[in-house]
Design a protein around this ligand. Structure first.
Ligand SMILES: [Mn+2]
Length: 303
């Protein structure tokens, strides 16, 4: 007796993101998914370097279906050439941050210049330094759409951690904060000019309303979307280094993303999954699901 198996059985075969082929050939690629297994920037509990493979593993359970976008967009039809680019930027020791940034930039730049959309799987929140610089090089000043419980706007003053990119990238001129949104914030710092939507206000809004506010602010500016998994309440994403209670559910945020269709998302990431603190892969599953939504937002611009 033979059975039809293959990619429908997520536990079998070599692990690639979503079951897409592993390749670094960028010819006619629609979306490249790249892992950056790096967490030397964490200020509290480390472990996010184990994130890319944990998210890859659960992604194969997720990508057999696409319920959130049914009737709106068929990802594989709009984007027939999606690749798992593999991992880059792994580094340790006293030069880890600079090594990660240098190596990862070469790959991110190549992917963005090829015309492909780039989705990076972290890794900690140091990672956006790299793809945001790469998209700035191609598109000029971009809007940052930043879902997080933290603002990450502490000036690095040269000592780069996962808490600085949203400040430094404005200072560098890569991000226009007046066109950008930080949402789900619940550890307030000084505001350096971003449109901030605090978590307590998010929790009072329907997801459609939050998406509408975001679209009004960003308009048609090219967007870099960074999704810290700790934007979700720890009940839905316990496997992360710096959890903060008081955030939305995974379904709520997926509905927000679904309602952001039309934004010009040129690249994005999902970061801060730390499988060591996870339970039953709940956080990796959430991250893989959100990754699918971000890819659909990217695909939507090609429709
Ligand atoms: Mn965070």
């Amino acid at each position: 007796m033979s059975q039809e198996t293959g990619h429908y059985l997520f536990y079998a075969g070599i692990n690639t993101f979503g079951g897409y082929k592993h390749s670094t050939d960028l010819e006619n690629v629609d979306i490249a998914v790249m892992g950056v297994p790096f967490d030397a920037g964490t200020t509290n509990r480390s472990g996010a370097k184990m994130g890319p493979n944990a998210v890859r593993n659960m992604s194969r359970l997720v990508f057999g279906f696409n319920y959130m976008w049914e009737g709106e967009l068929d990802l594989d039809e709009v984007c027939p050439n999606i690749i798992d680019y593999g991992d880059v930027g792994q580094a340790y020791g006293s030069t880890a941050v600079n090594s990660m940034i240098e190596e990862t930039f070469n790959h991110a730049d190549k992917i963005i210049q090829s015309g492909a959309k780039l989705l990076t799987i972290g890794g900690d929140h140091t990672i956006p330094y790299v793809p945001v610089r790469a998209v700035h090089k191609k598109y000029g000043k971009v809007a940052l759409l930043h879902f997080d419980s933290h603002q990450d706007t502490i000036p690095s003053n040269g000592i780069i951690s996962h808490a600085n990119f949203a400040y430094d990238l404005v200072e560098e001129g890569c991000v226009d904060p007046s066109k950008s949104v930080q949402a789900c914030i619940r550890t307030p710092l000084d505001n350096i000019g971003y449109n901030i939507i605090y978590s307590r206000d998010v929790m009072e809004m329907k997801p459609e309303e939050l998406a509408g506010k975001i679209k009004n602010i960003i308009g048609d500016t090219p967007v870099y979307l960074t999704f810290d998994v700790d934007s979700l309440d720890p009940a839905y994403a316990p496997g992360t280094g710096t959890p903060v209670v008081g955030g939305p559910s995974t379904h709520y945020m997926r509905t927000v993303l679904r309602n952001l269709a039309g934004l010009n998302v040129v690249a994005g990431d999902i970061v801060e999954v730390s499988p060591q603190y996870d339970h039953a892969d709940i956080t990796a599953l959430a991250a893989a699901s959100v990754a699918q939504d971000i890819m659909c937002l990217m695909a939507h611009t090609k429709k």
